[in-house]
Ligand binder design. Structure first.
Ligand code: ZN
Ligand code: ZN
Length: 370
């Protein structure tokens, strides 16, 4: 990717700083760091940061430690590099003085209390009258609308996920253990050129399929059961996420029934997605289909979520937090019905909101006509 894309994003980010009356912003979320600078390093844990961006109206810094120095230089050449040896608090006072920082924004959902205190101390020592402003995630506000290049990258990530699922699907048999199927998925995703899975794959058979986030174990698939397969790749930074439900042999009546309802809910929601539509209303369309069939209580999660640099990002499609859908948003459509002790069905597609409606990004069908 050329550097222009990052400078264009920085320009839009700076407009948000003006809107929020901030003269500087500390970016700590790894996906936001990449989005604005091209710096790819991730964080091993919330308390193990590989760096921060500090962005003002006309300057941009990347603060990190020795381990990431070379990577930072290469990946974010138009950022001023500041290397700290004893933590972020060490380099900041000098920078705050030279910038004359007044109101410093930060991502309030992400920065730990400890880090916040470090920055606050640095700011207080350098600029006693200045303040830290807990802010919404301004970069994510930009990330919700994907440009053509990003959509292409998401497509590639999904394409790989689908090719892996197709192989695993063809080989699925009664007697296979969930954890072995999950490993085949992980292996296929890495061998296919992704840097990682976008989340640990879910392979949930029989009664385990009633747990939306089941962890694959040593349970073997039995005849007549449903197996939920939920998987995704992270390829060139961009994530994919999809689910299909496989049925071993002939499903019993109740399983076939919930399968049909979930598929009907998914198709109805996909039909409802268009620019200007409200996210809560789209969730309501799928929920309405499932409620009408009498399974409303057994669809306990939201209909979908945004996917991009993070596998779960804004906008959410759920009962609360309405968002007006806009062209360029990429979201999942994943209704499910979960019957405790019995099993469950979930079907998940990724769609991109277009000028007129939405495009289903999935190419692989793998749906049953039960
Ligand atoms: Zn999923
Ligand atoms: Zn999902």
């Amino acid at each position: 990717m050329g550097r222009e894309i990052f400078s264009a994003r920085l320009g839009r980010f700076r407009e948000l700083l003006v809107r929020e009356d901030l003269d500087a912003f500390l970016v700590a979320v790894p996906e936001n760091r990449y989005y604005l600078s091209g710096y790819k390093a991730g964080d091993l844990a919330l308390i193990e940061s590989s760096g921060y961006l500090l962005i003002t109206a006309d300057r941009q810094f990347l603060l990190t430690d020795f381990r990431y120095q070379e990577e930072a230089k290469t990946e974010a050449p138009d950022f001023e590099l500041l290397i700290y040896t004893e933590g972020l608090g060490q380099t900041l006072p000098e920078v705050f003085v030279s910038l004359g920082t007044r109101r410093l924004g930060f991502e309030k959902d992400y920065l730990t209390v400890k880090r916040c205190q470090d920055v606050e101390e640095a700011l207080a020592s350098a600029r006693p009258a200045a303040g830290m402003v807990p802010s919404e995630d301004l970069a994510q506000e930009l990330r919700v609308i994907k440009d053509a290049v990003e959509i292409e990258q998401i497509r590639k990530s999904l394409q790989l996920t689908e090719s892996v699922l197709e192989t695993v699907w063809t080989d699925l048999r009664v007697g296979q253990r969930e954890m072995d199927v999950a490993w085949e998925i992980e292996k296929g995703i890495r061998q296919g050129g992704a840097e990682s899975v976008s989340f640990p794959p879910i392979v949930a058979s029989g009664p385990n399929a009633a747990l939306p986030h089941a962890v694959p174990g040593d349970r073997a698939i039995r005849d007549g059961e449903a197996v939920i397969l939920d998987l995704g790749s992270r390829m060139d930074q961009y994530c994919s996420d999809m689910t299909r439900t496989w049925v071993a042999g002939r499903p019993e009546r109740r399983l076939a029934e919930i399968y049909r309802i979930v598929r009907e809910a998914q198709l109805a929601a996909q039909d409802a997605i268009r620019p200007g539509e409200d996210s809560v209303a789209v969730d309501g369309v799928a929920r309405g289909v499932i409620e009408k069939a009498g399974y409303g209580d057994l669809f306990g999660h939201g209909l979908g979520h945004g996917v991009g640099l993070a596998v779960h990002e804004k906008p959410g499609l759920r009962k609360r937090q309405p968002t007006v859908l806009q062209a360029g948003m990429v979201v999942t459509v994943e209704p499910g019905i979960y019957i405790p002790g019995f099993g469950g069905v979930r079907l998940e597609n990724m769609v991109c909101v277009t000028e007129r409606g939405c495009e289903v990004l999935n190419r692989l069908d793998l749906f049953y006509d039960l």
